[in-house]
Design a protein around this ligand. Sequence first.
Ligand SMILES: Cc1cc2nc3c(=O)[nH]c(=O)nc-3n(C[C@H](O)[C@H](O)[C@H](O)COP(=O)(O)OP(=O)(O)OC[C@H]3O[C@@H](n4cnc5c(N)ncnc54)[C@H](O)[C@@H]3O)c2cc1C
Length: 547
Amino acid sequence: MTQASFSTHEVFNQSPPFWNVDLFTLDRPLVEAVNVNGGASAQHELAQFGQHWGSAEMAERGRLANENTPKLRTFDSRGVRRDEVEFHPAYHELMAHSAHAGVHNSTWTSDGRPAGGAAEVVRAAKFYIASQVETGHLCPITMTRASVAALAVQPELLAKTMPVISTRSYDPSFAPWWTKRGMTLGMGMTEKQGGTDVRANMTRAERDGDAYRVTGHKWFMSAPMCDAFLVLAQADEGLTCFFMPRFAPDGSVNALHFQRLKDKLGNRSNASSEVEFHGAYATRIGEEGKGIRTIIQMVQLTRQDCAIASAGLMRSGLAHALHHARHRSVFQKRLADQPLMQAVLSDMALHVEASIALVMRLCRAFDRASENAGEAAYMRLLTPAIKYWVCKSAPGFLYEAMECLGGNGYVEEGILARHYRESPVNAIWEGSGNVMCLDVLRALSREADAALAVLRELAEGTQGLPGASEAVAFIGKAFSRPDSERVARLAVERLALLATTAALNQVSPRHAELFAATRLAATHAGMYGAVELGDGDVRALLERALP
Ligand SMILES: Cc1cc2nc3c(=O)[nH]c(=O)nc-3n(C[C@H](O)[C@H](O)[C@H](O)COP(=O)(O)OP(=O)(O)OC[C@H]3O[C@@H](n4cnc5c(N)ncnc54)[C@H](O)[C@@H]3O)c2cc1C
């Protein structure tokens, strides 16, 4: 759009908006990580997705969905309960675009089996790109995709729901799921007295014929307009997983009563509710008393998505920072040409390149786990370590990205303030930092041989790289200490760094060497740019990140 010019208001030395770009093709580290991990044949599909999600229209939808936050409509004017949440149309449009591309289901066949091939890698690329534009709506998208793994424990329920889950339609109508063109699913585990410790759940489930009546509360239950929830409640035999639809089989609205919506730091386009169940209709998934074992199938997949989304947020921060630095001049020289800014940006580019190589390697393990025991062990041991490292690195990274834009980075018209507020949540939900470390310890003690084989694979994949053999020795020693919990963060971070070096070595050996030299052989400073990289490496990193 051409703007009228005023003598008092001439805008220059500002970067143009970072819109109408192909978020896939422009991102060489992403393209190469997808190729190396089996997704090369999806280039065209991903380029189309990248172009679409990089458009100005999609960016605008992201802004509108976050500025016009969801509203809880508890009652109507006559006092009749509604328990509905209203979203801005832009939110629904984002949901429809993600569903249309299969981000909520493309890793499953239409009857709920793993799709195989490189389905995880290709979908992860889409999830990574979409999270650069709007992350809030991805909450129900990720939960819907993940729920299939838990529904599989109850085959007749899976058979009934898959025809509706597997469509690429988004149907926001408030109606029974079995009448809809598409459906979304959420989960309710966390209660006031315990989120990590779900065994402390007080919600009760009483048998009612073939079904159950559930009474209790959930302190966090996101995406409350989902068509059904996987809920934990205490049955006679102990904590059990249930399928709780918004409508009972007779077509009446089920007894889920929303108390209020959380007023959150970020993730504002997504509603997160506090809810009470007053004898809500539910059916069992899996055996009574096996609720954690059942729902963990779902949680494993949402943890994977937390890491992908955090990497996506950082990629967006880097791309905006680089784009700005290439257009903004300070002291008659573009910021991108100032040696100190180059040091910062190239170090950040190395972090993002490493993160995407790592999450794509993890997704390859998800793709192959059902037929390869080594990949299954990689997935189980490293999902919590990768969630820990990638998600916890995002807030500090996004702060640095904001600073690269100076004051413009800090204001709400730009996307970086939103990304920054969004970034801590992926570390907090679906298992917070310490819980992820304890999970790694648990995987090690339960499957010591398989874990050792994974460590051996990482040692081979990083052979000769700076600090790698020392890291392998450190990890082995730390995890075999009787007080390993004390040093779990140290050891899990090293494990994640080693896995990152190995994953990056398959994509770009030179960058794996740089990563190892600055993160394994030396302890990376708290600040980006406090490393010494050569001119050639700086140029190569920045050119790859954004041509
Ligand atoms: C925006 C948002 C949306 C959410 N949506 C949902 C949802 O849809 N469904 C749902 O079920 N939940 C949801 N949650 C809840 C979330 O999963 C929990 O908040 C999270 O699991 C942590 O539980 P908690 O809040 O009870 O904290 P706690 O369990 O009390 O943990 C507090 C801290 O203690 C640490 N800790 C726990 N155990 C140990 C230990 N043994 N040793 C050392 N440290 C430990 C944890 O790492 C954490 O840092 C949501 C949360 C947020 C913020």
